[in-house]
Design a protein around this ligand. Structure first.
Ligand SMILES: Nc1nc2c(ncn2[C@@H]2O[C@H](COP(=O)(O)OP(=O)(O)O)[C@@H](O)[C@H]2O)c(=O)[nH]1
Ligand SMILES: [Mg+2]
Length: 244
């Protein structure tokens, strides 16, 4: 197989307790792996921590952002930088070990599988062998309904529409014009999924075991969740009116 560059992009906000261990585990997957941390100048000093570790590790990179804070904007900038660095494959994942590095090689390998070529691989809780964090019944119901809502509204066939653990062929990010991404928050996950499906690019799902974060705090709030669901409506509307 031709040598290639696999860049794992990790958006961070206050992940000083997780980021170095995560990047070490990712870099240990093989010499073709690089890590790009996209930090929004976290008050807990995530950026200086990564900057200092990167001095001794040429495969570790930091993109520190000072304006336009948000999971979506950071995700977009991470993708753009990874493309500019010459990545062939780009991963996106959370810093909190909810998305475990041990699943990454299987996701990357799925891109190489012979047969119908896929352009995006999802780390999925919704396919056989995958599992979600141990949550109460209400949370599980919300997840099922949210996936149903997105699948119906956006007409995408995948089981885990909200997974932020993804492996992209660089060509897919270019084809969907990732530079035009407008979601500032976590709704970027649905926006890019929709754009990929609409472009007719085949998507595969690989089962993962999703666990809740152990260290640090989630930035997810009810407000962010609701905004995400209105973005899904907006995406549908844009598609209907030909603005997408
Ligand atoms: N750069 C950046 N990263 C963020 C922001 N908000 C969340 N993140 C990161 O995005 C990932 C997912 O966020 P998390 O708080 O774990 O959300 P949850 O998994 O939905 O509870 C984590 O790696 C966070 O550090 C942000 O505003 N900017
Ligand atoms: Mg998380």
């Amino acid at each position: 197989m031709a040598p290639r560059k696999i860049i794992c992009t990790v958006p961070t906000y206050n992940e000083a307790e997780n980021i170095l261990q995560l990047s070490n585990e990712l870099l240990a997957l093989g010499p073709e792996y690089e890590v790009l941390v996209v930090d929004d100048d976290s008050p807990d000093g995530t950026s200086p921590l990564v900057e200092s570790a990167a001095k001794d590790e040429p495969r570790l990179h930091l993109l520190c952002r000072n304006t336009d804070r948000g999971r979506g904007a950071a995700g977009r900038d991470g993708f753009l930088k990874a493309l500019a660095m010459g990545a062939d494959v780009v991963l996106e994942m959370d810093a909190d070990f909810s998305h475990h590095p041990r699943f990454v090689p299987t996701m990357v390998a799925r891109l190489d599988q012979p047969g119908a070529e896929v352009g995006l691989v999802l780390g999925s809780r919704g396919v056989e062998g995958g599992s979600d964090a141990d949550r109460g019944l209400v949370r599980q119901l919300v997840t099922v309904l949210a996936n149903l809502y997105i699948r119906i509204l956006l007409g995408v066939g995948v089981r885990d529409c909200n997974s932020g653990f993804r492996c992209w062929r660089a060509a897919t990010l270019q084809a969907i014009r990732v530079e035009d991404t407008f979601s500032k928050g976590p709704a970027i996950v649905q926006e890019l999924l929709f754009k990929t499906a609409r472009a007719g690019i085949p998507i595969a799902e690989i089962p993962i075991e999703f666990v809740d974060r152990v260290r640090g705090e989630s930035t997810l709030t009810l407000g962010i969740l609701v905004r995400g669901y209105t973005t899904v409506l907006k995406l549908r509307w844009m598609a209907i009116t030909g603005k997408l």
